[in-house]
Design a protein around this ligand. Structure first.
Ligand code: GRG
Ligand code: ZN
Length: 326
């Protein structure tokens, strides 16, 4: 009898070991080059472990203590110890604390004073005190405020107005008004509008067409049509798919073809998922690759709250706790 080749599957045990290895091997190349964005690395790694049902493999007290030690006097968080506060790392900090059920260990009002201080009169948000404005930061601000149950601390109506001004003729969104549509920015804008309660303002049909045209013949997703070649990258499983889920049109993507592409990017020997087949894996693409796997509940990856970029179970717990607060 002929041997039947086994179906490719998510290498769960290998990915768990990979994440634990790169989180603890402080001499490794990956660890050294990600020094400036450690807090986001902790978020990607912890979320990836959570999706594998392995969050308990991390020392919660140690992680929470590290996150808290990155908080600066202004209330925001830096990417690592002693680094300047930035909106990106403030969101990562809040997400990691939420993941470990430790949001109560920070003064939410203080964090929100930092976030609100970066909102400008036109409703946009700067990333830090140096003033770069981008819809990524609008998303970070709205997501932080929502996770902390403090949307009332920022001007949500103005924030939503600014994001809507970044919509393009193709239904997509850019980093600022007039900026080219890019799947990453589409995620941040649709996520921001979802959190701000204005998902209804998205031109869903046009945008969902634009998003599903990001799927390449190889099954993977790319970020924009203007590329010289249709270069698929695993992280677009997050940016494209999450926006599609929020628009309730994720069925427009060929999930099986996407799954095959993601599985072809995993390192079958050492664990981890890379951006493209044959590249070296990293924690960022491992998390986003697992997310792509969660689309049809394949490989036991649990559902995700697409707007907050968090496991759905964590969001349910958080909302239940917030409902009990006085
Ligand atoms: C909590 C999930 C989460 C996100 C926080 C930082 C952020 C908010 C969102 C980033 C959104 C974004 C702009 C993603 C794009 C990342 C990416 C692959 C950029 C590469 O850009 P190009 O133009 O890529 O080099 P392509 O693939 O188009 O060449
Ligand atoms: Zn990528």
């Amino acid at each position: 009898m002929k041997a039947v080749a086994s179906e490719p599957a998510l290498a769960r045990a290998l990915h768990r070991s990979y994440i634990l290895r790169v989180s603890s091997d402080t001499d490794s190349f990956e660890f050294q080059v990600s020094e400036h964005l450690r807090l986001s690395g902790v978020y990607w790694g912890a979320c990836a472990l959570h999706l594998l049902g392995e969050l308990q493999s991390l020392d919660a007290a140690q992680v929470v203590s590290f996150v808290r030690s990155c908080q600066r006097g202004c209330g925001g968080f830096g990417g690592n110890l002693g680094h300047d506060a930035h909106m990106l790392y403030t969101l990562s900090a809040v997400q990691v604390l939420a993941l470990f059920g430790a949001l109560h260990t920070v003064d939410a009002g203080r964090v929100m004073r930092y976030v609100a201080s970066l909102q400008r009169p036109d409703g946009s948000f700067a990333g830090d005190e140096w003033g770069e404005v981008d819809t990524r930061f609008s998303y970070c601000a709205l997501c932080c405020a929502s996770l902390l149950g403090k949307l009332g601390d920022i001007d949500v109506a103005a924030a939503v107005r600014y994001v809507r001004a970044c919509e393009n003729f193709d239904g997509g969104y850019g980093c600022e008004p007039g900026g080219e549509s890019h799947a990453g920015q589409v995620f941040t804008c649709v996520g921001a509008l979802a959190i701000g309660g204005e998902l209804g303002s998205v031109r869903s049909e046009e945008l969902a067409w634009w998003l599903c045209e990001r799927q390449t013949p190889g099954g993977g997703l790319n970020g924009r049509p203007q590329k010289a070649r249709p270069d698929a990258d695993v992280c677009y499983s997050w940016w494209v798919l999450s926006a599609m889920c929020l628009l309730r049109r994720d069925g427009w993507i060929d999930g099986e073809a996407l799954r095959r592409f993601i599985l072809s990017c995993q390192d079958e020997e050492e664990g981890g998922i890379a951006d493209k087949p044959g590249d070296l894996p990293d924690v960022f693409h491992t998390f986003f690759g697992e997310r792509g796997e969660s689309i049809h509940g394949t490989d036991g990856v649990p559902p995700i709250d697409a707007a907050h970029a968090m496991p759905a179970s964590v969001m349910e717990q958080l909302r239940a706790e917030q409902a009990l607060e006085p």
